[in-house]
Design a binder for this molecule. Structure first.
Ligand SMILES: Nc1ncnc2c1ncn2[C@@H]1O[C@H](COP(=O)(O)OP(=O)(O)OP(=O)(O)O)[C@@H](O)[C@H]1O
Ligand SMILES: [Mg+2]
Length: 369
Protein backbone atom coordinates (compact mmCIF):
# COMPACT_ATOMS: atom_id res chain seq x y z
CA UNK A 1 0.00 0.00 0.00
CA UNK A 2 1.61 3.25 -1.06
CA UNK A 3 1.05 6.51 -2.81
CA UNK A 4 4.00 8.35 -4.34
CA UNK A 5 4.18 12.09 -4.94
CA UNK A 6 6.91 14.00 -6.76
CA UNK A 7 6.58 17.67 -5.91
CA UNK A 8 8.57 20.16 -8.03
CA UNK A 9 11.52 17.78 -8.15
CA UNK A 10 14.68 19.03 -9.79
CA UNK A 11 17.95 17.18 -10.22
CA UNK A 12 21.18 18.85 -11.20
CA UNK A 13 24.46 17.13 -11.97
CA UNK A 14 26.97 19.93 -11.34
CA UNK A 15 25.71 22.84 -13.42
CA UNK A 16 23.62 20.69 -15.70
CA UNK A 17 19.95 20.42 -14.96
CA UNK A 18 18.77 16.89 -15.66
CA UNK A 19 15.26 16.66 -14.20
CA UNK A 20 13.40 19.95 -14.02
CA UNK A 21 10.37 20.75 -11.89
CA UNK A 22 8.94 17.25 -12.13
CA UNK A 23 5.47 16.71 -10.68
CA UNK A 24 3.74 13.37 -10.48
CA UNK A 25 1.09 11.93 -8.18
CA UNK A 26 0.77 8.15 -8.14
CA UNK A 27 -2.14 6.46 -6.44
CA UNK A 28 -1.96 3.32 -4.40
CA UNK A 29 -1.81 0.20 -6.62
CA UNK A 30 -1.41 2.25 -9.76
CA UNK A 31 0.82 0.99 -12.62
CA UNK A 32 2.59 4.07 -13.92
CA UNK A 33 5.01 3.99 -16.85
CA UNK A 34 7.67 6.63 -17.45
CA UNK A 35 8.51 6.59 -21.13
CA UNK A 36 10.77 8.68 -23.33
CA UNK A 37 13.87 8.53 -25.50
CA UNK A 38 17.30 7.64 -24.16
CA UNK A 39 18.72 10.33 -21.87
CA UNK A 40 15.36 11.91 -20.93
CA UNK A 41 16.02 11.16 -17.23
CA UNK A 42 13.75 8.19 -16.66
CA UNK A 43 16.35 6.31 -14.62
CA UNK A 44 17.43 9.42 -12.74
CA UNK A 45 13.81 10.04 -11.71
CA UNK A 46 13.43 6.46 -10.54
CA UNK A 47 16.77 6.49 -8.74
CA UNK A 48 15.77 9.60 -6.80
CA UNK A 49 12.65 7.79 -5.62
CA UNK A 50 14.70 4.76 -4.63
CA UNK A 51 17.16 6.95 -2.76
CA UNK A 52 20.11 6.11 -5.03
CA UNK A 53 20.38 9.69 -6.26
CA UNK A 54 20.10 12.88 -4.20
CA UNK A 55 17.20 15.24 -4.89
CA UNK A 56 18.48 18.76 -5.64
CA UNK A 57 15.18 20.56 -5.14
CA UNK A 58 11.61 19.61 -4.32
CA UNK A 59 10.26 16.67 -2.37
CA UNK A 60 9.32 13.06 -2.90
CA UNK A 61 6.68 11.55 -0.65
CA UNK A 62 5.89 7.90 -0.14
CA UNK A 63 2.61 7.35 1.65
CA UNK A 64 2.55 10.91 2.92
CA UNK A 65 6.10 10.81 4.29
CA UNK A 66 8.81 12.97 2.72
CA UNK A 67 11.66 10.60 1.96
CA UNK A 68 14.33 13.04 0.72
CA UNK A 69 16.54 12.22 3.68
CA UNK A 70 15.43 8.64 4.29
CA UNK A 71 17.99 5.92 3.59
CA UNK A 72 17.20 3.72 0.55
CA UNK A 73 16.79 0.62 2.67
CA UNK A 74 14.18 2.33 4.82
CA UNK A 75 11.98 3.44 1.92
CA UNK A 76 10.12 0.16 1.53
CA UNK A 77 10.91 0.06 -2.18
CA UNK A 78 12.35 -2.70 -4.35
CA UNK A 79 13.94 -2.04 -7.71
CA UNK A 80 14.50 -4.35 -10.67
CA UNK A 81 17.29 -3.19 -12.92
CA UNK A 82 17.83 -3.63 -16.64
CA UNK A 83 20.93 -5.78 -16.17
CA UNK A 84 19.26 -7.74 -13.32
CA UNK A 85 22.41 -7.32 -11.17
CA UNK A 86 22.30 -10.92 -9.92
CA UNK A 87 25.21 -12.22 -7.87
CA UNK A 88 26.95 -14.69 -10.22
CA UNK A 89 28.45 -16.88 -7.48
CA UNK A 90 25.16 -17.33 -5.61
CA UNK A 91 22.40 -19.79 -6.39
CA UNK A 92 18.98 -18.55 -7.44
CA UNK A 93 17.75 -19.29 -3.92
CA UNK A 94 20.57 -17.28 -2.36
CA UNK A 95 20.09 -14.41 -4.79
CA UNK A 96 16.48 -14.16 -3.73
CA UNK A 97 17.16 -14.68 -0.04
CA UNK A 98 20.11 -12.33 0.27
CA UNK A 99 18.20 -9.08 0.78
CA UNK A 100 16.12 -10.62 3.53
CA UNK A 101 19.19 -12.09 5.22
CA UNK A 102 20.75 -8.61 5.29
CA UNK A 103 17.60 -7.37 6.95
CA UNK A 104 17.91 -10.19 9.49
CA UNK A 105 14.67 -11.94 8.68
CA UNK A 106 14.23 -15.31 10.43
CA UNK A 107 15.42 -18.25 8.33
CA UNK A 108 12.00 -19.85 8.22
CA UNK A 109 10.33 -16.69 6.96
CA UNK A 110 13.00 -16.27 4.29
CA UNK A 111 12.49 -19.84 3.15
CA UNK A 112 8.73 -19.38 3.01
CA UNK A 113 8.95 -16.16 1.01
CA UNK A 114 11.53 -17.48 -1.47
CA UNK A 115 9.44 -20.56 -2.20
CA UNK A 116 6.29 -18.51 -2.49
CA UNK A 117 7.91 -16.09 -4.96
CA UNK A 118 9.49 -18.95 -6.90
CA UNK A 119 6.08 -20.54 -7.27
CA UNK A 120 4.46 -17.34 -8.49
CA UNK A 121 7.24 -16.92 -11.05
CA UNK A 122 7.39 -20.62 -11.94
CA UNK A 123 11.08 -20.98 -11.15
CA UNK A 124 10.81 -23.42 -8.21
CA UNK A 125 12.87 -26.04 -10.02
CA UNK A 126 15.68 -23.56 -10.70
CA UNK A 127 16.44 -22.57 -7.12
CA UNK A 128 19.73 -24.48 -6.97
CA UNK A 129 21.14 -23.15 -10.22
CA UNK A 130 23.59 -20.31 -10.66
CA UNK A 131 22.61 -17.30 -12.83
CA UNK A 132 24.95 -18.40 -15.66
CA UNK A 133 22.93 -21.61 -15.97
CA UNK A 134 19.75 -19.67 -16.74
CA UNK A 135 18.24 -18.20 -19.88
CA UNK A 136 17.70 -14.44 -20.13
CA UNK A 137 14.01 -14.79 -19.30
CA UNK A 138 14.74 -16.97 -16.28
CA UNK A 139 17.32 -14.50 -14.99
CA UNK A 140 14.78 -11.76 -15.37
CA UNK A 141 12.33 -13.77 -13.25
CA UNK A 142 14.93 -14.22 -10.54
CA UNK A 143 15.52 -10.47 -10.49
CA UNK A 144 11.78 -9.93 -10.10
CA UNK A 145 11.66 -12.66 -7.46
CA UNK A 146 14.33 -10.92 -5.48
CA UNK A 147 12.12 -7.84 -5.42
CA UNK A 148 8.92 -9.76 -4.60
CA UNK A 149 10.31 -11.48 -1.50
CA UNK A 150 10.82 -8.11 0.07
CA UNK A 151 7.06 -7.39 -0.15
CA UNK A 152 7.77 -3.73 -0.75
CA UNK A 153 5.16 -0.97 -0.81
CA UNK A 154 6.42 0.17 -4.23
CA UNK A 155 8.09 -1.73 -7.07
CA UNK A 156 10.40 0.10 -9.42
CA UNK A 157 11.28 -1.45 -12.76
CA UNK A 158 13.99 0.14 -14.90
CA UNK A 159 13.76 -1.29 -18.43
CA UNK A 160 13.59 -4.84 -17.09
CA UNK A 161 12.77 -6.44 -20.45
CA UNK A 162 15.21 -4.77 -22.80
CA UNK A 163 17.69 -7.67 -22.71
CA UNK A 164 15.10 -10.18 -23.85
CA UNK A 165 14.20 -11.21 -27.39
CA UNK A 166 10.98 -9.86 -28.87
CA UNK A 167 8.80 -12.89 -28.14
CA UNK A 168 9.94 -13.27 -24.56
CA UNK A 169 9.47 -9.57 -24.02
CA UNK A 170 5.81 -9.81 -24.98
CA UNK A 171 5.38 -12.83 -22.70
CA UNK A 172 7.09 -11.17 -19.72
CA UNK A 173 5.04 -8.04 -20.28
CA UNK A 174 1.92 -10.10 -19.65
CA UNK A 175 3.47 -11.78 -16.65
CA UNK A 176 4.43 -8.51 -14.99
CA UNK A 177 0.86 -7.28 -15.51
CA UNK A 178 -0.52 -10.45 -13.93
CA UNK A 179 1.94 -10.04 -11.09
CA UNK A 180 0.66 -6.53 -10.53
CA UNK A 181 -2.91 -7.78 -10.31
CA UNK A 182 -1.88 -10.49 -7.91
CA UNK A 183 0.33 -8.43 -5.63
CA UNK A 184 -1.80 -5.26 -5.77
CA UNK A 185 1.22 -3.03 -5.28
CA UNK A 186 2.14 0.34 -6.69
CA UNK A 187 4.46 -0.11 -9.67
CA UNK A 188 6.55 2.48 -11.46
CA UNK A 189 7.97 1.12 -14.66
CA UNK A 190 10.51 2.78 -16.93
CA UNK A 191 10.91 2.04 -20.62
CA UNK A 192 11.90 3.77 -23.84
CA UNK A 193 9.56 1.49 -25.76
CA UNK A 194 6.24 3.21 -26.38
CA UNK A 195 4.49 -0.08 -27.16
CA UNK A 196 5.50 -1.40 -23.74
CA UNK A 197 4.26 1.84 -22.18
CA UNK A 198 0.93 1.73 -24.00
CA UNK A 199 0.24 -1.92 -23.23
CA UNK A 200 1.30 -1.89 -19.58
CA UNK A 201 0.58 1.45 -17.97
CA UNK A 202 -2.71 2.51 -16.45
CA UNK A 203 -1.10 5.92 -16.60
CA UNK A 204 1.86 6.91 -18.74
CA UNK A 205 4.18 9.86 -18.36
CA UNK A 206 5.97 10.92 -21.53
CA UNK A 207 9.28 12.59 -20.74
CA UNK A 208 11.72 14.60 -22.77
CA UNK A 209 14.94 16.13 -21.49
CA UNK A 210 13.90 15.79 -17.86
CA UNK A 211 10.49 17.37 -18.36
CA UNK A 212 7.01 15.94 -18.57
CA UNK A 213 5.52 16.39 -22.02
CA UNK A 214 2.18 14.81 -21.15
CA UNK A 215 0.66 12.31 -18.79
CA UNK A 216 -2.58 10.38 -18.92
CA UNK A 217 -4.20 7.10 -19.78
CA UNK A 218 -2.55 5.51 -22.84
CA UNK A 219 -5.61 5.91 -25.04
CA UNK A 220 -6.07 9.57 -24.04
CA UNK A 221 -2.49 10.33 -24.94
CA UNK A 222 -2.85 8.47 -28.24
CA UNK A 223 -6.12 10.22 -29.14
CA UNK A 224 -5.22 13.68 -27.92
CA UNK A 225 -1.49 14.31 -27.85
CA UNK A 226 -0.76 17.68 -26.29
CA UNK A 227 2.15 18.45 -28.57
CA UNK A 228 4.06 17.30 -31.61
CA UNK A 229 6.67 15.44 -29.57
CA UNK A 230 4.08 13.21 -27.90
CA UNK A 231 2.17 12.82 -31.16
CA UNK A 232 5.31 11.56 -32.88
CA UNK A 233 6.51 9.41 -30.00
CA UNK A 234 3.31 7.52 -29.19
CA UNK A 235 2.01 5.29 -31.96
CA UNK A 236 3.71 2.96 -34.39
CA UNK A 237 4.35 3.57 -37.22
CA UNK A 238 4.76 7.17 -36.14
CA UNK A 239 2.31 9.92 -37.01
CA UNK A 240 2.87 11.74 -40.32
CA UNK A 241 3.49 15.48 -40.10
CA UNK A 242 3.18 17.96 -42.94
CA UNK A 243 3.86 21.64 -42.66
CA UNK A 244 0.63 23.19 -43.84
CA UNK A 245 -1.61 26.19 -43.73
CA UNK A 246 -5.16 26.50 -42.48
CA UNK A 247 -7.25 28.48 -44.95
CA UNK A 248 -10.88 29.48 -45.26
CA UNK A 249 -12.66 28.91 -48.56
CA UNK A 250 -16.32 28.50 -49.47
CA UNK A 251 -17.33 28.83 -45.84
CA UNK A 252 -15.16 25.92 -44.83
CA UNK A 253 -11.73 25.42 -43.30
CA UNK A 254 -9.11 23.57 -45.27
CA UNK A 255 -5.66 22.17 -44.63
CA UNK A 256 -3.48 23.24 -47.54
CA UNK A 257 -0.04 22.10 -48.53
CA UNK A 258 1.25 22.36 -52.11
CA UNK A 259 -1.14 20.19 -54.07
CA UNK A 260 -2.88 18.87 -50.97
CA UNK A 261 -6.22 20.36 -49.96
CA UNK A 262 -8.25 18.57 -47.30
CA UNK A 263 -11.31 19.90 -45.47
CA UNK A 264 -11.37 20.23 -41.69
CA UNK A 265 -14.42 18.23 -40.55
CA UNK A 266 -17.30 20.09 -38.90
CA UNK A 267 -16.55 18.46 -35.56
CA UNK A 268 -13.15 20.15 -35.44
CA UNK A 269 -13.95 23.44 -37.10
CA UNK A 270 -14.55 25.39 -33.95
CA UNK A 271 -11.40 24.21 -32.23
CA UNK A 272 -9.20 25.14 -35.15
CA UNK A 273 -11.00 28.26 -36.38
CA UNK A 274 -8.79 30.74 -34.54
CA UNK A 275 -5.69 29.39 -36.24
CA UNK A 276 -6.82 30.42 -39.69
CA UNK A 277 -4.07 31.59 -42.04
CA UNK A 278 -1.45 30.28 -39.67
CA UNK A 279 1.33 27.96 -40.61
CA UNK A 280 1.07 24.75 -38.68
CA UNK A 281 1.80 21.05 -38.74
CA UNK A 282 -0.94 18.80 -39.98
CA UNK A 283 -0.70 15.36 -38.34
CA UNK A 284 -2.31 12.12 -39.41
CA UNK A 285 -1.55 8.62 -38.16
CA UNK A 286 -0.70 5.91 -40.75
CA UNK A 287 -3.64 3.82 -39.49
CA UNK A 288 -6.01 6.65 -40.38
CA UNK A 289 -5.09 6.60 -44.07
CA UNK A 290 -7.04 3.90 -45.91
CA UNK A 291 -6.82 2.17 -49.26
CA UNK A 292 -9.97 3.50 -50.95
CA UNK A 293 -10.72 0.14 -52.52
CA UNK A 294 -11.53 -1.35 -49.12
CA UNK A 295 -13.90 1.38 -47.94
CA UNK A 296 -17.62 1.18 -48.53
CA UNK A 297 -18.27 4.77 -47.52
CA UNK A 298 -16.05 7.78 -47.48
CA UNK A 299 -16.11 11.51 -47.99
CA UNK A 300 -14.85 12.06 -51.56
CA UNK A 301 -13.10 15.25 -50.42
CA UNK A 302 -10.81 13.09 -48.23
CA UNK A 303 -9.26 11.29 -51.21
CA UNK A 304 -5.59 11.78 -52.03
CA UNK A 305 -3.64 10.41 -54.98
CA UNK A 306 -0.16 9.29 -54.16
CA UNK A 307 2.64 7.25 -55.67
CA UNK A 308 3.69 4.05 -53.93
CA UNK A 309 7.39 4.09 -53.05
CA UNK A 310 7.71 1.14 -50.71
CA UNK A 311 5.51 -1.79 -49.71
CA UNK A 312 6.06 -3.59 -46.42
CA UNK A 313 3.66 -6.47 -45.80
CA UNK A 314 3.49 -7.21 -42.08
CA UNK A 315 0.76 -9.84 -42.23
CA UNK A 316 -2.21 -8.27 -40.50
CA UNK A 317 -1.66 -5.06 -42.47
CA UNK A 318 0.60 -3.52 -45.10
CA UNK A 319 2.71 -0.45 -44.55
CA UNK A 320 3.01 1.78 -47.58
CA UNK A 321 5.43 4.60 -48.08
CA UNK A 322 3.78 7.02 -50.44
CA UNK A 323 4.93 10.15 -52.22
CA UNK A 324 2.62 13.12 -52.28
CA UNK A 325 4.29 15.90 -54.25
CA UNK A 326 7.63 16.33 -52.50
CA UNK A 327 6.42 14.75 -49.26
CA UNK A 328 6.65 11.18 -48.11
CA UNK A 329 3.90 9.74 -45.96
CA UNK A 330 3.31 6.38 -44.35
CA UNK A 331 -0.03 4.59 -44.58
CA UNK A 332 -1.08 1.39 -42.87
CA UNK A 333 -3.59 -0.28 -45.15
CA UNK A 334 -5.57 -3.47 -45.64
CA UNK A 335 -3.32 -6.56 -45.97
CA UNK A 336 -4.92 -7.38 -49.31
CA UNK A 337 -4.12 -4.06 -50.90
CA UNK A 338 -3.29 -4.21 -54.59
CA UNK A 339 -0.86 -1.33 -54.28
CA UNK A 340 2.05 -1.75 -56.68
CA UNK A 341 5.44 -0.09 -56.58
CA UNK A 342 5.80 3.17 -58.50
CA UNK A 343 2.14 3.35 -59.41
CA UNK A 344 -0.57 5.75 -58.28
CA UNK A 345 -2.95 4.77 -55.55
CA UNK A 346 -6.11 6.39 -54.24
CA UNK A 347 -6.12 6.71 -50.47
CA UNK A 348 -8.66 8.17 -48.08
CA UNK A 349 -7.48 10.33 -45.18
CA UNK A 350 -9.82 10.12 -42.20
CA UNK A 351 -9.91 13.80 -41.37
CA UNK A 352 -12.01 13.11 -38.26
CA UNK A 353 -8.72 11.81 -36.86
CA UNK A 354 -6.58 14.75 -37.96
CA UNK A 355 -4.30 16.69 -35.61
CA UNK A 356 -2.95 20.18 -35.86
CA UNK A 357 0.09 21.60 -34.13
CA UNK A 358 1.22 25.18 -34.09
CA UNK A 359 4.40 25.88 -36.02
CA UNK A 360 5.41 28.91 -34.01
CA UNK A 361 5.16 26.96 -30.77
CA UNK A 362 5.81 23.37 -31.81
CA UNK A 363 5.51 22.18 -28.23
CA UNK A 364 1.91 23.38 -28.10
CA UNK A 365 -0.93 21.64 -29.81
CA UNK A 366 -3.86 23.57 -31.13
CA UNK A 367 -6.17 21.02 -29.62
CA UNK A 368 -7.31 17.89 -31.30
CA UNK A 369 -10.94 17.56 -30.30
N1 LIG B 1 25.89 10.66 -12.31
C1 LIG B 1 25.69 11.47 -13.34
N2 LIG B 1 26.47 12.54 -13.58
C2 LIG B 1 26.24 13.39 -14.60
N3 LIG B 1 25.23 13.23 -15.49
C3 LIG B 1 24.42 12.18 -15.32
C4 LIG B 1 24.60 11.23 -14.25
N4 LIG B 1 23.62 10.29 -14.36
C5 LIG B 1 22.88 10.64 -15.43
N5 LIG B 1 23.36 11.75 -16.02
C6 LIG B 1 22.80 12.44 -17.21
O1 LIG B 1 21.43 12.68 -16.98
C7 LIG B 1 20.68 12.47 -18.16
C8 LIG B 1 19.59 11.47 -17.91
O2 LIG B 1 20.14 10.19 -17.71
P1 LIG B 1 19.21 8.92 -17.38
O3 LIG B 1 20.10 7.76 -17.16
O4 LIG B 1 18.28 9.28 -16.30
O5 LIG B 1 18.41 8.79 -18.75
P2 LIG B 1 17.40 7.63 -19.20
O6 LIG B 1 16.15 8.33 -19.63
O7 LIG B 1 17.28 6.60 -18.15
O8 LIG B 1 18.10 7.05 -20.51
P3 LIG B 1 18.22 5.52 -21.04
O9 LIG B 1 16.93 5.25 -21.77
O10 LIG B 1 19.36 5.58 -21.99
O11 LIG B 1 18.44 4.63 -19.88
C9 LIG B 1 21.68 12.05 -19.23
O12 LIG B 1 22.00 13.15 -19.99
C10 LIG B 1 22.83 11.55 -18.42
O13 LIG B 1 24.04 11.71 -19.13
MG1 LIG C 1 17.80 4.58 -18.04
Amino acid sequence: MATVIFHHVTKRFGNTTAVEDFDLAIQDKEFVVLVGPSGCCKSTTLRMLAGLEKITEGTIEIDGRVVNKIHPKDRDIAMVFQNYALYPHMSVYKNMAFGLQLRRFPKKEIDRRVHEAAEILEISELLKRKPRELSGGQRQRVAVGRAIVRKPAVFLFDEPLSNLDAKLRVQMRGEILKLHQRLQTTIIYVTHDQVEAMTMGSKIVIMREGRTMQMGKPIEVYDNPDNRFVAGFIGSPAMNFLEAELIEKDDALWVRRDSLLLPVPDSKKQTYAEYKSEKCFFGIRPEHIYDKEFLKEYDPRYIINARVELIEPVGSFVILQIALGNDTLVAQVDPHTRAALNTEIELVVDMEKMHLFSETAPHLALGTQ
